[in-house]
Every structure is written in structure tokens, then in C-alpha cells.
Design a protein around this ligand. Structure first.
Ligand code: SF4
Length: 265
């Protein structure tokens, strides 16, 4: 792979997305755009709110049409409304887990922190799925998240190197480092590595060499991070194949929606 396309700054994109995907109410509460709430069998059963808006533009993203590559779709929700909807789904299906997915939840920091506060005194575990860019750019973000004992943070790293990150996201390659910094900030803030914070890595486009290098870097942050990697591969839904083609991306390994592995090279 070679770095060839023009790069954007995800922090600048964050500000742009916030203009559309977030509304600050007169009482100071932060509303976030959502496009749906659902139950599902990921993690063995979890209630999910899918947020609209992301600060990356991954060329393999499953939610690109409805959420991540959009800014103004969906409907605005207050944190207490999100809480009620997630609890209602979780109780109906007897789930113990809740999460936000779709776009990038951390863009609406006050919304997330208020939501975590609401879940703090429940028996539910909140899984924060994030690309880590904002937690890597702001040391205080990890400290604030660390106050919530029922929180697990899954930092989803895009590729195994700066170059792969750029090819996959079109963002400035330096922001690959922010994803690793997010893990460091979260570990430094006191989240137990491997249990309350762990990395996921999109590996469909990686080489064994770049992956081994990444594992060594994760081990430098904390040995448990390199042992508890959630390995991610592209699922070839038709709309994902459409996006991959438009971006000229060819996964080395991918999965059919039925779960059958496909070797592409
Ligand atoms: S960071 Fe996640 S939600 Fe955002 S575009 Fe990439 S895969 Fe999609």
C-alpha cells in the first residue's frame, strides 16, 4: 500500500460533524442524533443505540449509508431518552449490556458523560465503542470516563500502521497515533487493560509484519493489550462491497454475511 490520497484532519471534521449531529439545549443538555435503537446478539446480547456522525471516513464501514458518513440524518435525543430506550430494550430481552454504535459516540462528550451517569447506578455494563481519536487528543477525556465503574471501552484501531490507517480512512496518517494514545490515556486513567479497556483492530488490509509491529507497540503500553486484541475483518454486505469498490480497497481476508471466510488474494 502507498499513501496517495489527500488527507483530512479528524479533529477539524469533528467540529464540522458536531454542527449537524449535536444540539445544545438552553438548559445545557447535549442532544445527539440517532438513527435507530435495536437489540442484537453481538457480545452475546446487547441493546444498541446507533448514533449519526463520525470523525473518520473508513472505506469499509458497515454503517456508512445511515450513520457514519452522514451528519444530519435521524432524530435528536436527550441522554435520559436514550437511557430509557436502551433500558427498555435490555429489559425486554434480558440483556446485561448496552452500547452506542453506528457513528462515533465520543463526538458528543457531554451527552456520553450524562448517559454514563444515568447508567452508573444500574446493573448494566456500558460498552463504549470508539475509534479513540478524541480520547487520544484530550488527556482529560479518559480521566472523566474512568469515573464510571460499569464502563468498558473498546478502541477500534483502523489498520496496523500509519500507512494502512491513511489508506483506510483517508485521514492524516499521524492520527493513527491518536488511537494508540487513547489506549495509553485510558490505562493511565486507571481502566484495567484487557478487562475495562481493550483494542480491536481492523486486520482485513494488514500484513503479518504490520500486525506484529502493532502488537509490539500495544505491549509497550501494557502487555495485556497485545494479548486481548479483538481481531476485526470486513463483512461483505452488498453496501460495504459498494463502498470498498468506490474507494479502491481490496481486503486480503473478509467474511461473507453468513460468516464464511473469503480469501481475496
Ligand atoms: S470510525 Fe467506525 S463508525 Fe467511523 S467511519 Fe470508521 S468504521 Fe465507521
Amino acid at each position: 500500500m502507498s499513501v496517495s490520497k489527500p488527507a483530512y484532519n479528524p479533529l477539524e471534521l469533528t467540529e464540522r460533524v458536531r454542527e449537524f449531529a449535536i444540539r445544545i439545549r438552553p438548559d445545557g443538555l447535549e442532544e445527539r442524533r440517532y438513527y435507530r435503537f435495536r437489540g442484537g446478539l453481538w457480545y452475546g446480547g446487547i441493546a444498541t443505540g446507533d448514533v449519526v456522525g463520525c470523525n473518520l471516513r473508513c472505506g469499509f464501514c458497515w454503517s456508512w449509508r445511515e450513520a457514519s458518513h452522514r451528519m444530519s440524518k435521524g432524530f435528536l435525543c436527550k441522554p435520559d431518552e436514550v437511557f430509557r430506550r436502551l433500558v427498555s430494550i435490555a429489559e425486554k430481552h434480558k440483556y446485561k449490556l448496552v452500547r452506542l454504535s453506528g457513528g462515533e459516540p465520543t463526538i458528543s462528550k457531554n451527552h456520553i458523560l450524562r448517559l454514563l451517569e444515568l447508567f452508573q447506578n444500574t446493573d448494566f455494563t456500558f460498552i463504549l465503542e470508539t475509534n479513540g481519536i478524541l480520547i487520544g487528543s484530550d488527556n482529560d477525556y479518559a480521566k472523566e470516563l474512568s469515573q464510571y465503574s460499569n464502563l468498558i471501552v473498546r478502541v477500534s484501531i483502523k489498520g496496523s500502521s500509519r500507512e494502512e490507517f491513511h489508506i483506510l480512512t483517508l485521514a492524516d496518517p499521524v492520527f493513527f497515533e491518536y488511537q494508540l494514545k487513547a489506549l495509553k490515556n485510558l490505562v493511565d486513567a486507571g481502566l484495567e487493560p484487557g478487562r475495562r479497556v481493550y483494542p480491536a483492530v481492523m486486520l482485513s488490509f494488514s500484513t503479518s509484519e504490520t500486525y506484529e509491529n502493532l502488537k509490539a507497540r500495544l505491549a509497550d503500553i501494557h502487555p495485556k493489550l497485545s494479548r486481548e486484541i479483538d481481531e476485526e475483518y470486513v463483512i461483505l454486505y452488498p453496501h460495504v462491497v459498494e463502498l470498498l469498490k468506490s474507494r479502491g480497497l481490496n481486503p486480503k481476508i473478509a467474511y461473507k454475511p453468513e460468516g464464511i471466510p473469503v480469501s481475496m488474494i
